[in-house]
Design a protein around this ligand. Sequence first.
Ligand SMILES: [Zn+2]
Length: 368
Amino acid sequence: MPIPPHRPRLAVDAAAAAVLSCMVAPTTATAADGLAPASDCALPGRTGWTDEGHDTDRALFQPATGTRRVLTLFVDFPDTPATESTQPYADHLAPVADWFGTAGYGRIRLDVTPLHRWMRLPAPSDSYGFARGLTFEAHEKYLQDAITAADPYADLSRYDMVYVVPTKAATVISFSPAYIHDPATPGVTADGTRLKWAVTFGQDMWHWGFKVAVHETGHTFGLPDLYAFSGATHRYVGGWDVMGDIAGHAPQFLGWHSWKLGWTRDRQVACLAGTGRRTVALTPVERPGGTKIAVVRTGETTGYVAEARQGQGILVYRVDSAVQTGEGPVRVMNDQRAYAPGEAFTDPDAGVRIDVLPGSAVRVTRTR
Ligand SMILES: [Zn+2]
């Protein structure tokens, strides 16, 4: 299998460490209410990597539904041996499971099992390349060393992914990249199975809190970075999605992501794929049930999405599934502010207008 054309040279989020100051089976929908089937608004992925395409490449990324079993390993090093309890480390990340349970409307269960002992890695903490902009290969070596150390103590074939948490003394392990296997290489193996997905945490987990686990696990589900790899870091979506600013004011997942991940169903998507005008009552993404997003498709890989945010109004954003991770595949309109009833978003060039009505409803119009 060929290497994806845009596989990053660096480990996922290694680039972010330099940018951030903090170190770092579709179903057949019915055309209810005269709207097009949801599938008419499902954009095709075009990047070969994490992107906003509705379908996710299962050769690369793990499903985001059902039970996902995570083994947490705690690691120390010959130069930074640990003697403290591993419990506070596990406790720090533990809320990730509830976060996914709530955001996923119960359609995903993240079953996290901490292996409460320190795994001594064979090489010094500064030998793994974190200080130099971690390469994919160096990241894989680090992960393989952790897996090999854990092999006598756990049956790794029982888990879908691994979290690797270093002792606080290993200050050089500064940031928290996700690992997504490359099917074209031998990869990381243990107990006769291939380990395809992992998050290796760094000291920035103490800055971000458990939501760094949400963000990095999101990559293993195929979600791209919504912050900017260059320029003003949070100019695209701010803190409206945890793939943007992890510490943002509303670090949920966008409704568009929820649909891609299988948490929002096709019948909960109102799609306007041609000219017309429709009124859609939205249920805030923070609550289960109801119609979650109204989509106005504007091109082969583009569309506008409106969703309701609890107590904040209607968020409108532009999605382009041909745009690479870190280059703005989602851009929130209106200077990243939600709209209030009586306000409207317009894109005259695309012939799109989205009027915000009372009660979390929108009227979507496309004239060309
Ligand atoms: Zn990221």
